[in-house]
Ligand binder design. Structure first.
Ligand code: UTP
Length: 292
């Protein structure tokens, strides 16, 4: 029951980032010099996952190029004598074995996950959405895997969000596991999940974010899922079906989450990342002071 595979859906249209996503995937938007998807793949690798499936679509070739070998570039950097960047470039390629599966039409997250059904087979697996970048000492997905190993049921990552934002998420109706002998994180047993509720209808402000560990039964549930809110396939509806036959847990996590699917969240991530860079932070701080 070890979690060794991860699915990273990256076939969405990225309409919130138009017009740039007209010609480049939102997953390749950079945090200064490193594309967002790099951090997501790294999180999975740091959690011990050794088999990654990225779900791509039309116009997403640059993701494949990014993780591919680049002998000309490496030779060029060697000649120029730039060892640090050369090491970083080589590390990207050697990080992990990445497989790509194309989603023909971007017809919803459940359908994107379903593309990995054959590759995943009869094993539990992790799902990481590129919209969320999570900075933490222990990778967020590792925190979920630890819970999964104990409860042997699917686990969702959750976070409390303000009332005015709950309608962007799946809201959890659950009870706190008490006493919690399973994890250092606050844990909920989920009774229901309501996708994109109006604030007055939300069962709680505990929101499902883009990290999941699923048992393979989720695939059957996705096959049965009908279009839901906004007439789109919603992963919350597949999760509801899964809950009919399996306990479902939701785990809070230690770490800071950037919602980079949102423009403000993206800017926050870029600024924090830049402030951590020794070659940028001093001058950036000076510049920011002139603006605030
Ligand atoms: P989102 O709905 O947030 O992404 O899906 P989006 O559709 O690309 O963005 P907006 O809302 O139009 O701006 C969450 C994740 O699921 C993937 C996306 O790439 C994103 O990482 N996804 C979504 C797919 O892979 N396929 C889909 O059909 C839909």
């Amino acid at each position: 029951m070890q979690v060794k595979k991860a699915v990273i859906p990256a076939a969405g249209m990225g309409t919130r980032f138009l017009p740039v996503t007209k010609s480049m995937p939102k997953e390749m938007l950079p945090l200064v010099d490193t594309p967002a998807i790099h951090f997501v793949v790294k999180e999975a690798v740091d959690a011990g996952i050794d088999d990654i499936i990225i779900i791509t679509g039309r116009g997403k070739r640059s993701i494949e190029n990014y993780f591919d070998e680049s002998p000309e570039l490496e030779l060029f950097l060697k000649k120029k004598g730039k060892p640090e960047i050369l090491d970083f470039i080589a590390e990207i390629t050697n990080m992990v074995n990445v497989h790509y599966i194309r989603q023909k039409e971007p017809c919803g997250l459940p359908n994107a996950i379903l593309q990995a059904e054959k590759h995943v087979g009869d094993e539990p697996f992790a799902v990481l959405l590129g919209d969320d970048i999570i900075k933490s000492d222990k990778p967020c997905i590792e925190q979920l895997i630890e819970v999964f190993t104990k409860v042997k049921s699917s686990v969702l990552a959750v976070q409390e969000v303000p009332l005015e934002k709950i309608s962007r998420y799946g809201s959890i109706d659950g009870t706190k596991v008490q006493p919690n002998n399973i994890s250092e994180n606050i844990l909920y047993k989920v009774q229901d999940i309501v996708e994109k509720p109006r604030p007055e209808d939300a069962p709680s402000l505990i929101a499902s974010i883009g990290r999941y560990v699923f048992t393979p039964e989720i695939f059957d549930c996705i096959h049965q899922t009908k279009p839901g809110v906004n007439n789109e396939l919603q992963i919350a509806d597949s999760i509801r079906l899964l809950m009919k036959n399996q306990e479902m847990y939701a785990s809070e996590f230690h770490g800071h989450r950037y919602d980079i699917g949102d423009k403000l969240g993206y800017l926050e991530a870029v600024i924090d990342y830049a402030l951590e860079k020794t070659d940028l932070s001093k001058d950036l701080k000076k510049f920011l002071k002139t603006r605030c």
